[in-house]
Design a binder for this molecule. Structure first.
Ligand code: MV4
Length: 458
């Protein structure tokens, strides 16, 4: 087992990794920017290295600074958390060259899944249902038009190097295809340095369902069920739940088995997520795989009892998975609300000094946060300040616990998205489990109270 792990991240996820290391008896090294000098991940790590100024590009994304910190402190592994360098095949390669274990999949698998068009082919070959679409990159308007005619409109053009919603174009008629193709290629080139795009049949208002897997270095792969992440806005998830209210036990077993076989086929190791879209008529299609720990991993931990971060560390150290698929039982229901330092109606960032911070505990409540009274929310990083998770015997109980937890949470000095969450938790469609990625569009239409638009429509 490792003796010392460097955590190449900040905020609540750096603290989450520290929790796992402490339970495993592993020393920790925190790295931080000058903006995070007083943060809790710095306080609770055994050793600390300042790696640069506030801007991420010069600190949390600075590979030479992070590798140097690992070498200076004698860390034998690096946990990248999520975001930042967590899906960098380059960091994983540099780690290999420096004989520091990267806690994640191999550089080869990170690169495979990072190219969404290649990942699509690999999953198709492994027997995973994928969306009807092009077999490879589309490089001409002629080919694009032919593929789109076969698929039927609408279609969606996606950047091979994209993911998470960046570099996508929906095309509803042949006349728009050429322009959309050229724009998508240009945007992909500018954003990712690779202009390749591919085409899929476009699914209107789907559900977003993702399977959590773990694979060790001895050929064992298990899945931990799925999460439903349909409540999102501009590709930022707001509320997630496990399991999905839309899957039957039978579908879960079948799809889980397919995902496990596919992960084994690509020699997937460590934690990973296989994302699917479910159409209104209930068809399920693979869209992409994430090769990192995800923000929403905690709700899967609540329903399975598996500590995913500890498993990641054990797997990277070469240990065997300590349980088999048959040992995984889903217990009850869990929900996560991402509390962001943002205005609840306009979603504009609200950094600053948190004058008071108090979240209740009680049965079935878990809070992963870096926040505390008198902390500051930095404008330099993402606005997630707390993940409030609740568990119940069933979905209703999990929701009731979430409502009372949010109602009894006190955060003063900044705006948070808690009022938005409380509105969603009262929504009849939400309560009935009628979810889709279009769900939040009606909340976007709502005007902030006191605004000119609200006054005009009153
Ligand atoms: C799609 C789609 C509809 N049809 N692909 C957005 C992020 C990226 N992971 C894939 N995305 C989508 N791909 C086809 N063929 C709709 C989306 C999509 C979406 C997917 C998951 C969660 C939220 C979303 C919000 C808007 C669009």
């Amino acid at each position: 087992m490792f003796k010392k792990i460097l955590i190449a991240n900040r905020g609540e996820i750096a603290l989450r990794v520290i929790c796992a290391c402490r339970e495993l008896g592993i020393k920790t090294v925190a790295v931080h920017s000058t903006a995070d000098e007083h943060s809790l991940h710095v306080r609770f790590a055994d050793e600390v290295v300042c790696i640069g100024p506030p801007r991420s590009a010069e600190s949390y994304l600075n590979v030479p600074a992070i590798i140097s910190a690992a070498e200076i402190t004698g860390a034998d592994a690096i946990h990248p958390g999520y975001g930042f360098l967590s899906e960098s095949a380059y960091l994983a390669e540099v780690c290999e060259a420096c004989h520091v274990k990267f806690i994640g999949p191999s550089p080869h698998v990170i690169r495979l899944m990072g190219d969404k068009a290649r990942a699509r082919r690999a999953m198709k070959k492994a027997g995973v249902p994928i969306l009807p679409g092009s077999d490879g990159p589309i490089d001409s308007e002629d080919r694009g038009l032919r593929v789109a005619r076969e698929l039927g409109y609408p279609v969606i053009i996606k950047a091979a190097a994209g993911g998470g919603g960046r570099g996508m174009r929906i095309v509803r008629a042949p006349a728009d295809l050429g322009g959309a193709l050229r724009t998508a290629q240009r945007e992909a080139q500018a954003a990712f340095g690779v202009g390749d795009v591919y085409i899929e049949k476009y699914i209107e208002g789907p559900r977003h369902i993702e399977f959590q897997v773990l694979g060790d270095h001895h050929g064992h792969v298990v899945h931990l069920g799925e999460r439903e992440c349909s409540i999102q806005r501009r590709h930022q998830k707001l509320i997630e739940e496990a399991p999905s209210p839309a899957l039957t036990d039978r579908q879960r077993r079948k799809l889980g088995g397919i995902v496990v076989d596919a992960a084994r086929a690509v020699q997937y190791t460590n934690a990973g997520t296989f994302e699917f879209l479910m159409s209104a008529s209930g068809e399920i299609y693979f869209i992409e795989a994430n090769t990192r720990l995800q923000v929403e991993h905690g709700i899967t931990e609540m329903v399975t009892g598996v500590d995913i971060v500890k498993e990641q560390i054990r797997i990277a150290a070469g240990e065997r998975l300590s349980f088999r698929q048959g040992d995984v039982a889903l217990n009850g229901h869990a929900i996560e609300c991402r509390v962001n330092a943002e205005h609840p109606e306009t979603f504009t960032p609200s950094p600053g000094l948190v004058r008071a911070f108090s979240v209740p505990g009680g049965p079935g409540v878990r809070v992963d946060t870096y926040a505390h009274t008198e902390c500051t929310v930095s404008p330099y990083y993402d606005s997630l300040i707390a993940k409030i998770m609740t568990h119940g015997r069933d979905r209703r109980e999990a929701i009731a616990r979430m409502r009372r937890t949010l109602e009894m949470t006190v955060i003063e000095g900044i705006h948070t998205t808690i009022p938005m969450h409380l509105r969603v938790l009262d929504d009849p469609d939400f309560l009935a489990g009628r979810l889709s990625t279009s769900f939040m569009e009606r909340y976007q239409a709502a005007q902030p109270p006191g605004s000119a638009a609200a006054a005009a429509s009153a």
